[in-house]
Design a protein around this ligand. Structure first.
Ligand code: PMP
Length: 439
């Protein structure tokens, strides 16, 4: 605690009107968070005047960093024309066209205000389309805060249950039991166990919800065999395959589904496609998306949203997506590879057991070695979690902002020297961990 810190003073003030001084659990930091003042490119300044290289980019959403002039100009133009109407605007058609063109699984799309809403609407669409009540999702995977989608997220080892049939564990206290009994939890990358679960519960399952590079499962990709099995078995059993690309749309023009070669029935998107503004989208095959179609009377799934498809998000998002050409993705991939390589070298140099996982511009640090293929493998021990929090603080104190649990998301304004700076800082932070025998 530093009495001269503006961040600390703001946190003290925040505690009077926000629970624990916080309005977004993800950004909580003890004893107090660092408050942002402004950002440009890949750098952000805090309210105490410190400059940080931003490796979290609003939890992967800002693929072009902060205040990109093209995105800012698009947003400013729209703000001057009006920010939201009780009417549709042309801007929603343009963004829908771009996404349908790029993403294999997208024929039709409905815009939402967040990824949480997109996932919620995808699950409702799957239920309405199939007439079945239950959903399946991967153990440990995060999909926002809809009750069903947050089941078995961050469950602690005591609640895991059988590895081949993980327990369905409520995330929030007070969740009705009906929610957990309507969710089947799948062990990631375990083909045999997952196929057995799908066959056992198939008749009641509306959809399988999966993120192909799930952050909370260790940022490990789904194996090719797992995806082939999922596509084959869901098609056979009449279960919709729902790929959550809220984060992974940043991996390729067509998202992780194009990169890993599987086409789902429904796709959820968000984050980068809002150009820095709130956004989400539920999308997929036209016949499934017809559950939202109001043209024949009341649709099977009514869906509104006061700020859904607001033109500020739409025009900024379109500008952001248009900037993402092949060269931009190639650079992000190259920087991701450089960073994973450099961080793995840093672990080796510091003689600390650790590794960097991920794909393209998404990187995750683990303070453990060995092959990681699912949530249980990647789950940190209490000592590893404490050491990661300490590592994060050492990085922050040296000017590198990442997620406290080790997630890094790169942005297009980053240059080779920025990646080198992140690696050099990780060397220093790991040396502190080694010197102080934190692990
Ligand atoms: N799905 C995934 C895979 C996510 O990572 C997130 C958010 N990090 C969401 C859904 C929810 O998105 P939002 O925070 O926009 O509600």
């Amino acid at each position: 605690p530093d009495p001269s810190s503006r961040s600390q003073a703001l946190h003290t003030r925040a505690k009077r009107t926000l629970p624990g001084g916080n309005t977004r659990t993800t950004v909580y930091l003890s004893p107090y968070p660092v408050y942002a003042a402004h950002g440009a490119g890949c750098r952000v300044h805090d309210v105490d005047g410190n400059e940080l290289i931003d490796c979290i980019n609003n939890f992967t959403a800002l693929i072009h960093g902060h205040a990109h002039p093209v995105l800012a100009a698009a947003a400013h133009r729209q703000i001057d024309l009006g920010t939201a109407f009780g009417m549709p605007t042309e801007s929603e058609i343009a963004l829908a066209e771009l996404l349908a063109e790029r993403v294999p699984g997208i024929e039709h799309i409905r815009f939402t205000n967040s990824g949480t809403e997109a996932v919620m609407m995808a699950l409702k669409a799957a239920r309405a389309y199939t007439g079945r009540p239950r959903i399946a999702k991967v153990e440990g995977a995060y999909h926002g805060s809809y009750d069903y989608a947050e089941t078995s997220l961050d469950a602690s080892p005591a609640n895991w249950g059988d590895a081949a049939a993980p327990a369905s564990v409520a995330h929030s206290q007070g969740t009705p039991q009906g929610v957990t009994s309507d969710v089947v939890v799948l062990p990631f990358n375990d083909c045999q166990a997952t196929e057995a679960l799908l066959r056992a519960h198939g008749a009641s399952l509306a959809g399988v919800l999966i993120d192909l590079l799930p952050n909370r499962v260790g940022l490990i990709p789904a194996s090719a065999e797992y995806l082939l099995m999922l596509r084959r078995v869901t098609a056979e059993l009449g279960i919709l395959l729902i790929i959550d690309e809220v984060i992974t749309l940043r991996l390729a023009p067509g998202g992780a589904q194009s990169r890993l070669g599987v086409t789902p029935d429904l796709t959820t998107v968000g984050k980068i496609m809002g150009g820095g503004f709130p956004v989400g989208g539920v999308a997929g095959r036209a016949d499934v998306m017809a559950v939202f179609d109001p043209s024949g009377g009341r649709p099977a799934v009514p869906h509104g949203g006061t700020f859904s498809a607001n033109p500020v998000s739409m025009v900024s998002g379109l500008a952001a997506m248009q900037l993402l050409d092949d060269a931009a993705y190639a650079k992000l991939d190259r920087h991701g590879d450089m960073l994973r390589l450099g961080l793995n070298q840093a672990f080796a140099d510091a003689c600390i057991a650790g590794q960097a996982t991920g794909l393209g511009s998404l990187v995750k640090l683990h303070l453990k070695t060995g092959r990681l293929s699912n949530y249980r493998d990647a789950y940190p021990s209490p000592e590893q979690a404490r050491a990661m929090a300490r590592f994060n603080r050492e990085m922050l104190n040296r000017g590198v902002l990442m997620a406290s649990y080790g997630l890094i998301a790169l942005s297009t304004p980053m240059r080779d020297q920025d990646i080198a700076q992140i690696i050099e800082t990780a060397h220093e932070a790991l040396n502190v961990l080694r010197r102080e025998e934190v692990l």
